[in-house]
Design a protein around this ligand. Sequence first.
Ligand code: GDP
Ligand code: MG
Length: 169
Amino acid sequence: MREFNAVVLGAGGVGKSALVVRFTQDQFLDTYDPTIEEAYSKTWTVDDELVQLDVLDTAGAEQFTAITELYIKAATGFVLVFSLIQEASLKEVSNLRTQIARVKGVSEADVPLVVVGTKSDLVYEREVQPETLKELSYQWTVPFYETSAKKNSHVQEAFDDLVRQMRTQ
Ligand code: GDP
Ligand code: MG
């Protein structure tokens, strides 16, 4: 069985922990503790191959710190998270993407990475339009997923995609 590791980064409150808990434990985390920082692991089958993914759920990536840099150095794959109901959180994803390429010393296109927009169930509060994401996905050549940890929508797909990218590295 092949093992991979990934880190989940993004602004506070966007839903990183809820995403990881949905993915690894199939539960919805509706309490908010911005300080939780924890390692999770899941074993599942992607295209007939059993894989293990170790996922680090981080806290407080509000600004780029030495810790963020250490996380980036240690990780192979990246899940960059923003909230579909908070346009400003998309800016953080853009910054992180630039920093990852700098720290890894490779072009952005060569880093296994998915961008995850969360809280798609909150349709009436939505601030980020699908066209914006389509345009960014095209510009960055990075896959975007619109997810809901609450409704369990497109969470698994995002992690499947990440593993597929890491397998070809
Ligand atoms: P983090 O700081 O990025 O780890 O954010 P959390 O995962 O702790 O989520 C922050 C808040 O948003 C919590 O109250 C979650 O229950 C809520 N939340 C996270 N994901 C979703 C979602 O998909 N739908 C809804 N409605 N709320 C969510
Ligand atoms: Mg969290």
